[in-house]
Design a protein around this ligand. Structure first.
Ligand SMILES: Nc1ncnc2c1ncn2[C@@H]1O[C@H](COP(=O)(O)OP(=O)(O)OP(=O)(O)O)[C@@H](O)[C@H]1O
Length: 575
C-alpha cells in the first residue's frame, strides 16, 4: 500500500455516468417504464372495486353484481401479476446488460492506466473498485433502480387514485409526509458517515485479526500475546461503537417512518368518516382510500430502503468513474519515432515527492548498440530502466526514442523484460499470441524454439496453463521466463531493456536463458541492467551509475584502463 489513492469522481461526473448507463439502452428503459406504469395502474383496480362493492351493497345491489365485481378484482390481480412479471424480467435484463457494459469499461479503463499510477495506488484499491464497487453498482442497476422506479410510480398512482376519489381524502393521505420527510432527512444526513465509519472499523478489525494470525510465530517467539489481545480488543471496541452508532440511527429511523405511515390512515378514518357523515363522500370511497393507504406502505418502505442503497452505490460509482478519470489524464500513446536513437537529457527523477534518486543524467544510445548499466545496489538502475521503457515519467528532463517521448511511444516499440514472469491463465497459445495476435501457430512454435523451449506439453499449444487448482502443468521460473522471452520475440520490439532478467534463476537455468536471450536480442538495441559482469563484458559500452549519477561511460577495455569504479567492480567480481 502506498497511501496515494486513485481519484474519486465528483457528484456531477457520477450523475453524468448514471445517466449514460440509463441512456445506453433507451428502448429497454421505455419498455420498463411502460410495463411498470401498466402494472401500477392495474394495482389500483382492487381497492376501487372493493369501494364499489360497499357502495352497491349499501344501495341494495344483487349478489350477482357483487360476484361480478369480485371476479373483476381477481382478473385485475392476475393481469397485474403477469405485467409485473414481464416488467421485472425486462428490468433484470437491462440491469445485467448495464453491469456487463460497466465491467467492460472498467477493464478498459484499468488497462489504460499508467503502470506507475497502479503501483502508487496499490493493487488492493483497484481490486476493491473492480469487485465490490462494480458489484454494488451492478446490484443497484439490476434491483434498486427498477424497484425504486416501480415503488415511486406505485406511490404516485396510489396518491393520485385517493385524490381522484375525493380531494379531501387526498389531503388526508398526505398527512404523514412532513414527519416522514423530517425523519428521512435526519437519517440520511447522518447515515452515510456512520456506515462508512462502520465499514472502516470492520476492515480494521479484520486487519488486526489477520496480522495476529499471519504473525503467529513472531507472537509466540517474542511473547506478544498480551499486545495482540489488547490490539484486538481495541479494534473490537471501535467496531462495536461504530455498530452501535448505526443501530441507534435505525432505532429512530425505522419507528419514525412506521409511525409516519399510520398518520394518513388515522387521518382518513377521522377525516373521511367526518366527511361521510356530512354527506361529502360515500362510504365506499372512504374504505377504498383506506385500502389504498395500506397499499402505499409497501412502496414507501421500498423507496426509503433503496434511498440508502442509492447513496452507497453513488459512492461506488464515484470510485469506478475515478479510475476512468485517472486513465483519461494519461497522454495518449501511439507516436511513431523516426529512428531508434535514445536520448536522455538532464534527467531527474524522484519517487512520490521524495528526494531525487536520479540526478542530471545525460546519455545517448545508438540504434543497434548494446549498453550495459552497472552499479551498486540502490544506485537507481531499475528506476532508469523503467523510465527508459516509458513506464514512468521524469520529474524534469526528457527521454526520447527517435525524437518521441518514450512515454508516448506506440506499444511494442521498446520493451522492458524483468525478472518478474507471469503465466496468464489460458492456453500456451494465448500466453504467446497476446504479443502477436495474428501470428500463425508455426510462428509461435518457432519463437518457442528460439528461446530453447524443450518441455513437452500434453496438448502442445493448446495446453492450459496458469491454474494449478484445475491440474494445469506447473512451470518453473526458467520456463515461465522462456515464455516471456518468446513473447518478446513475437512482439519484435526494436529496443529491449533488460532488468536483471535472470537474477532469480539458478546458475544452470540462468545460462540457458542467457543463451536464449542472445537469439531474442539479435539485431536490436539492448540496454541491460547487469548484475553479472560478463553481460557488461559482452556489451558495446558500459555505463556506471552511482548514487543516481552517471560516473563512467565507455567500453569494457576503456573502463578497465581508467581504473575507476568499473575496474574495481570487475576486479572483485572476476577474482
Ligand atoms: N517504489 C519505490 N518507492 C520509493 N523509493 C524507491 C522505489 N523503488 C526504488 N526506490 C528507491 O530509489 C533508489 C534507486 O532504487 P533502484 O531500485 O532503482 O536501484 P537499483 O540500482 O536498481 O538497485 P538494485 O540493484 O538493488 O535493484 C533507492 O534508494 C530505492 O530505495
Amino acid at each position: 500500500m502506498s497511501g496515494v489513492s486513485l481519484p474519486v469522481a465528483d457528484s456531477r461526473a457520477v450523475r453524468h455516468e448514471a445517466l449514460r448507463l440509463l441512456r445506453a439502452d433507451p428502448r429497454a428503459v421505455t419498455v420498463i417504464v411502460v410495463l411498470n406504469c401498466a402494472a401500477a395502474a392495474l394495482g389500483l383496480a382492487a381497492p376501487w372495486l372493493v369501494g364499489e362493492i360497499v357502495n352497491r351493497v349499501t344501495a341494495g345491489a344483487e349478489v350477482s353484481t357483487v360476484d361480478l365485481l369480485a371476479v373483476a378484482i381477481v382478473a385485475f390481480a392476475v393481469a397485474q401479476m403477469l405485467v409485473t412479471r414481464f416488467a421485472r424480467y425486462a428490468a433484470f435484463r437491462f440491469g445485467e446488460r448495464s453491469l456487463a457494459s460497466l465491467r467492460e469499461r472498467f477493464v478498459d479503463d484499468t488497462l489504460a492506466l499508467p503502470v506507475s499510477v497502479v503501483e502508487r495506488a496499490g493493487v488492493g484499491d483497484l481490486i476493491t473498485r473492480g469487485s465490490s464497487d462494480v458489484a454494488q453498482v451492478g446490484g443497484t442497476l439490476r434491483d434498486t433502480v427498477p424497484d425504486l422506479f416501480v415503488s415511486v410510480v406505485q406511490a404516485v398512482f396510489i396518491l393520485g387514485a385517493v385524490f381522484a376519489l375525493h380531494p379531501l381524502l387526498g389531503l388526508c393521505a398526505l398527512a404523514g409526509i412532513p414527519l416522514m420527510w423530517c425523519v428521512t432527512r435526519w437519517y440520511l444526513n447522518r447515515s452515510r458517515a456512520a456506515y462508512l465509519a462502520e465499514g472502516e472499523a470492520n476492515s480494521a478489525l479484520a486487519d488486526a485479526m489477520a496480522a495476529t494470525a499471519e504473525g503467529a510465530r513472531a507472537v509466540e517467539v517474542f511473547g506478544l500475546q498480551q499486545q495482540r489481545i489488547d490490539a484486538a480488543e481495541r479494534a473490537i471496541s471501535a467496531s462495536y461503537a461504530a455498530r452501535m452508532r448505526t443501530l441507534s440511527l435505525r432505532t429512530v429511523f425505522i419507528p419514525g417512518t412506521v409511525f409516519a405511515h399510520s398518520i394518513p390512515v388515522a387521518a382518513i378514518l377521522v377525516g373521511g368518516g367526518t366527511a361521510h357523515r356530512a354527506g361529502l363522500v360515500s362510504l365506499g370511497a372512504v374504505i377504498a382510500a383506506g385500502l389504498y393507504l395500506w397499499q402505499l406502505v409497501d412502496p414507501l418502505d421500498h423507496v426509503l430502503f433503496w434511498l440508502e442503497q442509492l447513496q452507497s452505490s453513488g459512492a461506488s460509482l464515484a470510485r469506478i468513474k475515478g479510475v476512468a478519470e485517472a486513465a483519461a489524464d494519461d497522454e495518449p500513446a501511439g507516436a511513431v519515432p523516426v529512428d531508434d536513437r535514445i536520448e536522455v537529457k538532464a534527467l531527474r527523477y524522484a519517487y512520490h515527492g521524495a528526494a531525487d534518486v536520479l540526478h542530471d543524467l545525460d546519455l545517448t544510445v545508438r540504434p543497434g548498440e548494446r549498453l550495459a548499466i552497472v552499479g551498486p545496489s540502490g544506485a537507481g538502475k531499475s528506476t532508469l530502466a523503467r523510465l527508459l521503457a516509458g513506464m514512468d515519467t521524469p520529474r524534469t528532463g526528457s527521454i526520447t526514442l527517435g525524437g518521441v517521448d518514450v512515454h508516448r511511444l506506440a506499444p511494442g516499440r521498446a520493451l522492458l523484460v524483468t525478472q518478474e514472469h507471469h503465466v496468464f491463465v489460458g492456453t500456451l497459445r494465448d500466453n504467446l499470441a497476446m504479443a502477436a495476435p495474428e501470428a500463425p501457430d508455426a510462428r509461435l512454435a518457432s519463437a518457442l524454439d528460439a528461446v530453447g523451449w524443450t518441455r513437452p506439453l500434453p496438448d502442445d499449444l493448446d495446453t492450459e496453463l496458469g491454474d494449478p487448482a484445475r491440474g494445469d502443468p506447473s512451470l518453473d521460473a526458467a520456463q515461465a521466463q522462456q515464455i516471456a522471452l518468446a513473447r518478446v520475440l513475437l512482439a519484435d520490439p526494436r529496443t529491449v531493456i533488460l532488468d536483471e532478467t535472470t537474477a532469480m534463476l539458478d546458475p544452470n537455468a540462468a545460462r540457458r536463458i542467457e543463451r536464449a536471450l542472445a537469439a531474442v536480442l539479435e539485431g536490436r538495441t539492448v540496454i541491460a541492467i547487469a548484475h553479472r559482469l560478463h553481460t557488461a563484458y559482452d556489451a558495446d559500452r558500459v555505463a556506471v551509475l552511482e548514487h543516481g549519477r552517471l560516473t563512467e561511460l565507455g567500453s569494457h577495455d576503456e573502463l578497465l584502463a581508467a581504473k575507476g569504479t568499473y575496474a574495481a567492480l570487475w576486479g572483485s567480481w572476476h577474482g
